[in-house]
Design a protein around this ligand. Sequence first.
Ligand code: AMP
Length: 293
Amino acid sequence: MSDPSESGDSSSSGVTYLENILPAPKQLHMGLFEVRRELGSGSFGRVFLARHLESGFICALKVLIKTEIAARASEKHVRREIEVHSNLRHPGILGFYGWFHDETRVVMILEYAVGGELFDLLVKSKHFSEPCAARYIAQITMSLAYLQQKHVIHRDIKPENILIGVHGELKLADFGYSIHSPGNSRETVCGTLCYLAPEMTLANPRYTNAVDQWALGVLTYELLTGHSPFDDASSAITPIRIRNLDMPPLPSSVSPEAKHFIHSLLVLDPAQRLPLKDALVHPWILKHAAPSR
Ligand code: AMP
């Protein structure tokens, strides 16, 4: 396989290469891969562990079934996932190596995240210690800061969409709801209810990339307590609860610095939410996840 990390002109199969320097890539198709086992399934298909036969390169193949995409009228959604994800390159973001399609399938060639979903680790651990949660949140904050710099809003930050790499590092994944928005003002409601920012739950929503900062606050709460603030077992999640900031108080075992971090992100006014660059130097993050640690 040609070096998928290079960028340059796009071929019709979506693989990028540097013309005149690297040989033109071979047309990609399923026959080039040995498909090993299923890693998981999503809305329109399944993800498989695979090996590129010629190079031995191990990757994940996300195989979407065209009839299922069409049945849900989600062509735009898939096109957007490919467009956004293929333009991102960051250690905290799941690698996107290329894509192709045949008569029945659309296939994305992705970095294999050997540790699986953060969600499964959280369920197994019940909740994370403060140092562990702070290190995870620092990594996700850096990935989100990169997205904001590229004018991308993820819109579906949650533990199910965060994968774990070979060294235990986090990889932000699933760009199905993401949008490249240089104007930074959107109106479409999407994502997962208990992570939705209050401004997204209004009758006529208008929102910016600050919705990802809200979701970061929800994620921090969840990593420290094991449950989302707006999805506790006691009551239903309603947009009104989100808009009223009606969430169970954080347990006394959570430090004042962590509480301050969460309450600086779960702010109703999007303009007043802690900016990501400030989140990275927040005392809670610095205490547990300073670069020297
Ligand atoms: P998705 O369709 O992207 O939501 O993926 C469905 C599930 O497959 C995920 O929730 C993960 O459990 C698994 N999965 C997806 N991509 C990968 C990957 N690159 N490496 C390992 N597991 C993955």
